[in-house]
Design a protein around this ligand. Sequence first.
Ligand code: NAP
Length: 246
Amino acid sequence: MRVLILGGTGEAVALAAALVERRHVVTTSLAGRTREPRPVAGALRVGGFGGAEGLASYLLHEHIDVLVDATHPFASTISANAALAATRSRTRRLALHRPPWEPVPSDDWRTVPNGDAAARALPTGARALLALGRQHLAPFAVRSDVSFIVRAIEPFKPPFPATVLLSRPSADPATEAAMLRAYAVTHLVSRNSGGTGAYAKIAAARMLGLPVIVIGRPPAPPPPLVGSVAEAVEAIEAVSAEGTVL
Ligand code: NAP
């Protein structure tokens, strides 16, 4: 099977490895936002396709049997393009869409629909860690009554006064909790990305009893949807073995 994975997530990397191991011909596509992306099994292509039309042409030209949309749950444009392109090119499509995080009873979550609402939800005098990509910071500029800490992997100038914490998120809740304490954080602002990769900060906020402003997800891509790499492998193997329609 010739499989195109729309990537940019840990799940996409794991899926490529699993499919290559099963002898499928896999290409992973990245938007090109990261300077040094993680290595992937199989082939890699980088950059936009030129909308749904461009992606449909690519699928036909490359004789792709299955398109897997394994993009981040907040990357809604590419997911919409994937659905449209698959329909237009009559290519089988599967969305690997990890489930959102759910609060446990002791969590102090306030779920909001977007960044503007998250900015409004912070109380005066808060010290908020914005666990958000730099392209999502603008709504917080209006809150000059709040102190901000922004975590980033590469140095950058935030669009408003903020402490920049140069580090990668840790996968260890205790390390994240130590960071929240060291920066005297009173509120965490996070999108509901789901998955395990970015969860440690949510667990750390729980350990410290900190309130979390959770930005809810955009609508999920249209079905068929699976929630894990294992389910995606199973669905693709079923197509491969029996010609089952996804
Ligand atoms: P987006 O707004 O949904 O997509 C914008 C445009 O970027 C798309 O129209 C497409 O350009 C191009 N694009 C996006 N993903 C692509 C891919 N995998 N391969 C080729 N082109 C792609 O996406 P975004 O939110 O900017 O995210 C970009 C990438 O980063 C995604 O692949 C996503 O998985 C990853 N990512 C996103 C987030 C997030 O918070 N949004 C977090 C972690 C990782 P054309 O129309 O020209 O094809």
